[in-house]
Design a protein around this ligand. Structure first.
Ligand code: SAM
Length: 282
């Protein structure tokens, strides 16, 4: 399932089925698109640049998935130059085919390794959206991103906080506890809360660090979409929870997911909470 257009992404079509990892990224793009533009606009502002259509800036998009955000910036900012990388070979094969833009370069690359020598350094802004959780050595990755920025360049991170799934439902409590307990086996747990300390350790100057809240559930399309994103994110952890860490049985896991997705009257409302931190390379 591809977004029909990066300008007019449909949310409705995602609400019924279980989603593949790829569809989950598309749903996330649809839902977080406006806040993405706010985030990247703020980062550019801190770096003395702007998101004006004529603006010239250099953006490094780390762990870009299939490059939806990179392609959007490239398309609407023809004078910008974007380098977008991900360690997933399939994503990096798809991106230049599905989301090609003349001013966007896609690169198969692991954030924990130094950037290849043929990538010119001196980026104005680097972004690492929803990646810190996956990193076993986040400090190393932040160091490489700092090397890629010009002095005064800005890195921003967005990641889930420990209270990311703030939705008062018994099944959400069980799943969210299991996810939090399992995460230290796979990468950086409670990544949202660790952004600022890690960035300071990597030599960055913290500019701002604050939670970003989204309504989950309720009656609006956006709230329903965020709830769908929460359920699908939980579903994507099944193997880790059931097979790898064995924190919960498969039947129990499936039953909690089923209960979470049941319609309620009136619809329950909660919050989904990320942390966004902006930091400067001094
Ligand atoms: C949740 S997705 C976020 C994608 C994109 N940043 C977005 O906001 O839509 C996480 C991405 O991080 C990538 N990733 C995880 N660890 C990585 C690493 N060490 N280096 C580069 N990419 C990584 C995954 O392949 C995946 O595409």
């Amino acid at each position: 399932m591809l977004p029909t257009s990066i300008d007019d992404p449909p949310t409705q079509k995602y609400l019924l089925e279980s989603l593949s990892d790829r569809d989950r990224l598309y749903l996330m793009f649809d839902l977080l698109h406006d806040s993405f533009l706010d985030d990247v606009g703020r980062a550019l502002g801190y770096a003395g640049k702007s998101l004006h259509p004529d603006a010239d800036f250099r953006l490094l998009d780390g762990a870009c998935g299939e490059g939806l955000h990179a392609a959007e910036i490239g398309k609407h900012h023809p004078r910008a130059e974007v380098v977008a990388f991900d360690r997933d070979p399939e994503a990096m094969q798809t991106a230049p085919l599905a989301f090609a833009q003349p001013n966007v370069r896609y690169l198969l690359h692991d954030a924990q390794e130094p950037l290849p020598a043929d990538v010119t350094r001196g980026f104005d802004v680097a972004q690492l959206r929803f990646c810190l959780t996956h990193l076993t050595d986040p400090l190393r990755a932040l160091g490489h991103l700092r090397d890629a920025l010009r002095p005064g360049g800005v890195l921003y991170l967005i990641d889930p906080r420990a209270d990311a799934f703030d939705y008062d439902h018994p099944s959400m409590r069980v799943l969210s506890d299991a996810i939090m307990r399992s995460w230290e086996h796979f990468g950086t747990s409670a990544a949202g809360e660790r952004q600022a300390p890690l960035l300071a350790q990597a030599g960055f100057e913290i500019l701002d660090s604050a939670p970003q809240d989204h309504v989950a559930g309720g009656t609006t399309e956006h709230g329903k979409g965020i709830m769908k994103l929460i359920i699908e994110t939980a579903r994507s952890t099944r193997k880790a929870l059931v097979e790898t860490t064995k924190l919960i049985s498969g039947d129990e896991f499936d039953e909690h997911l089923r209960r979470l997705a049941l319609p309620e009257n009136p619809p329950r409302v909660g919050r989904c909470r990320f942390q966004v931190t902006f930091a400067r390379n001094p």
